[in-house]
Design a protein around this ligand. Structure first.
Ligand SMILES: O=C([O-])C(=O)C[C@H](O)[C@@H](O)C(=O)[O-]
Ligand SMILES: [Mg+2]
Length: 446
């Protein structure tokens, strides 16, 4: 044990990259997205890295966490994370539970802190043991190829905003141009899907809803199915449909929708777990969620109610190890493992890949936003999506090497931003003055 490396430094580096004007129930994506990297250095000279969605609160929590990490042996991973959990660092920051009801995918900022630190520790541990991170998770590495889906969005007209969205260029592939152009109709979305299919080989697609009337979003899903008859199609309105509407819209669409993601949520005194259970019973469709089963207690309630089939266990919410445990539970309990995402860089892409590689049994293709960011790598050899899959590299740890000049440039971009935390409503106000978030009102129906 005396040779076990000791953690000598922890760096917290917020980074930003460019995004398209993607629409969702919270509004429109800004021209920038922000993430935070944690870099741990150890006495063996290794660097471990993790990535999480950036928020100013999370960065403060991470700074508070550093004294519990630096000076510890990497073999004390479990104890370090338990200590951090017990410290409940998020509670020390008064805004930690802000907007949980409004933007359910950004909850659990404390878990984001644990997740990003745990990832960097696992990366160090993997390098020390000469094993990929997947080998250190739950079931160990059970596959090398991880299926991912084509995550499609409606896209607003960026010319109506004064934010510096990119124009894109089709020099390498038409996808890189199309992903910046307005896409509001079913035909536009099918065109996006065609380009994404051609570039990345996706077999399956997810449509982000909560933007138009439910009828239009179902029409879009039907158009995708017509164009790609073999594809598994899903739609995710982020719980913005009322239960009755969700049932009316989806019932009988077993031939179109492989599963539905968060079709409805809390309403009229009933919890999201209760309404999803009713939706499932009424339609017979499989249900995925990243909104109502995001910690062990919520998952327990969701399963007792038979409300879900596919927990989308995002390692940034859950931590990699807990998400891998969910994958094992899914395999044992005849559920299906899936994974949620947000805009991310290639370190998170590697996190998703290791989670998928350690997920036994049948999994549903993982979500990833990477296609919207592809080309903005922070690592020297980013993983690729080919044939609708990511192939895990045969390397120890996370298998990524940071490109520090790219990281520094992304950090400079982050520092130049006047609005640092994600605020889709603010962006939406450029399109519709006075626009305000309302969880049951599609974004464009104002
Ligand atoms: O599946 C989901 O709910 C998401 O991917 C949440 C994201 O924040 C998505 O809505 C987005 O990127 O706008
Ligand atoms: Mg979702």
């Amino acid at each position: 044990m005396s040779d076990t490396p000791v953690i000598t430094d922890m760096q917290i580096i917020p980074v930003a990259g460019y995004d398209s004007m993607l629409l969702n129930i919270a509004g429109a994506h800004s021209s920038y997205f922000a993430r935070v990297l944690v870099l741990l250095t150890d006495s063996a000279g290794h660097t471990g890295v993790g990535e999480a969605p950036a928020s100013l609160i999370l960065q403060r929590i991470l700074r508070d966490a550093a004294p519990f990490i630096i000076g510890k042996k990497i073999s004390q991973l479990n104890a370090m994370l338990t200590t951090l959990h017990e410290q409940d660092l998020a509670a020390k920051h008064p805004l930690q539970s802000e907007r949980v009801d409004e933007h359910p995918w950004s909850l659990e900022k404390h878990n984001n802190a644990l997740a990003v630190i745990e990832t960097a520790l696992l990366d160090l541990m993997g390098q020390f043991l000469d094993e990929p991170v997947a080998q250190l998770l739950g079931a160990g590495k059970v596959r090398d190829e991880i299926p991912v889906l084509g995550y499609l969005f409606y896209i607003a007209d960026r010319h109506k905003s004064d934010l510096p969205y990119r124009e894109g260029s089709s020099r390498e592939h038409e996808w890189y141009q199309l992903r910046h152009q307005t896409a509001l109709t079913p035909a536009d979305v099918v065109r996006l899907a065609e380009a994404a299919h051609d570039r990345y080989g996706f077999k399956d697609f997810k449509l982000k809803g909560g933007v138009h009337a439910g009828e239009v979003e179902i029409e879009t899903a039907q158009a995708l199915k017509k164009r790609f008859p073999q594809a598994r199609i899903t739609v995710d309105p982020n719980a913005s449909w009322q239960l009755d509407d969700a049932i009316r819209l989806c019932k009988g669409l077993d031939d179109v929708l492989a599963y539905v993601e968060d079709p409805c949520g809390a309403e009229q005194g009933y919890s999201g777990r209760e309404t999803l259970a009713e939706f499932k019973r009424a339609t017979g469709l499989r249900v995925a969620t990243n909104m109502i089963a995001n910690d062990w207690r919520q998952l327990n309630h969701a399963l007792q109610l038979n409300a879900i089939d596919i927990p989308l266990a995002d390692p940034h919410f859950w931590t990699l190890r807990s998400a891998a445990t969910i994958a094992q539970l899914c395999n044992e309990w005849h559920l299906t493992m899936g994974c949620h995402s947000n805009n991310h860089f290639d370190i998170s892409l590697a996190m998703l890949a290791h989670l998928g590689a350690a997920s036994p049994g049948e999994i549903t293709p993982f979500d990833t936003h990477w296609i919207w960011q592809d080309g903005q790598a922070l690592t020297k050899e980013p993983l690729h999506i080919r044939d609708g899959k990511i192939t895990l590299p045969d390397k120890p740890g996370l298998g990524v090497e940071l490109d520090m000049s790219a990281v520094e440039a992304a950090n400079r971009l982050y520092n130049s931003l006047s609005v640092k935390d994600r605020n889709d409503a603010l962006v939406m106000q450029q399109l519709i003055p006075g626009w305000a978030f309302s969880g049951k009102q599609p974004t464009l129906m104002r």
